[in-house]
Design a protein around this ligand. Sequence first.
Ligand SMILES: *Cc1c(COP(=O)(O)O)cnc(C)c1O
Length: 376
Amino acid sequence: MEPIHMVDLKGQYSFIADEVKAALDGVIESTAFINGPAVKDFQANLEAYLGVKHVIPCANGTDALQIALMGLKLQPGDEVITADFTFAATVEVISLLRLKPVLVDVDPKTFNINPEAIEAAITLKTKAIIPVHLFGQTADMEAINAIADKHKLFVVEDNAQGIGATYNYKDGRKVKTGGLSHVAATSFFPSKNLGAYGDGGAIFTNDDELAHFIRGIVNHGMYERYYHDVVGVNSRLDAMQAAILNVKLKYLDYYNERRKEAAIRYTTLLKDHPNIITPYREAACSSHVFHQYTLRIIHHDRDGLVKYLNENDIPCGVYYPVPLHRQKAYIDPTVSEDDFPVTNQLVKEVISLPMHSELTVDQIEHIAAKVMAYLG
Ligand SMILES: *Cc1c(COP(=O)(O)O)cnc(C)c1O
């Protein structure tokens, strides 16, 4: 059996090496390193894939979130509601823009932001909600958008972990994540489901006016060369990264299918153990792209399992070990621990197993057997 990796970028590369090298050669020969045809092609291909009107590439996923919020012209002190259980970038950009992050608890089944908790947190100052499609599972967008409509709030999807997932409306409509809100952000960090070989990100919207405004923001607030209408930033997707992403986008559905197969296999092997809760998924499984395969270890020693797996050459991760409301940078003394029973429980129980498109059946069976061996 090959050594097990948390993500296997080398194995994945070996299947597309010729295509990637040709694409990079093309960029080098063209010398169009900034905003050249490679970036334009990728933008157009991603728009077509997602079914969104506008993709605006930028330098990374954190920038994408920040720029999306800048595009909404929120004012200092405006409140933005997001999940307590997510990667810090989501809340970081809110604070950076002098907006007020309002963290709310998540759903124990999906790990995604709890719509009831959103509703309870709304004040006269609330302006936006940022749902995160955590670990690749779509957030409850119908409920979230209904709350947003009722209270006239913006919704900004953090789609860094969910690219390629489909949200299934109750009436049967299907929409890809990133096209379910006013504006969305994604990341092309190498380990994401659509990963570059360096940093990258993008903003999505179906709103023409907002897209135009954001295209200026990413380029120093310029709408006409050397005329700066708003305070912007410099945030670009590198042409080399765009060329690589253009190759990998063709395989995104394949990669996500392989992740789902791996997830289903893990679940079949692990689901009956009394100390394990396997990840929730809808029957069709289209609404989860398994950026992570995350178990809850209940009434047992999660940290002991992490140690045991590592000792057995099985990498694993704890995403995330500390709820955002307890991170030093984001502590708000007016907030009560009682508001976060689910997140406080999840941080003690979650463990993410190796998950990528190159996992073999042998590897999955070996990992599952070791998990069971430890739990007894
Ligand atoms: C990765 C990630 C980001 C940030 O993306 P970068 O490209 O690393 O800046 C933001 N939000 C979530 C949920 C992420 O997983």
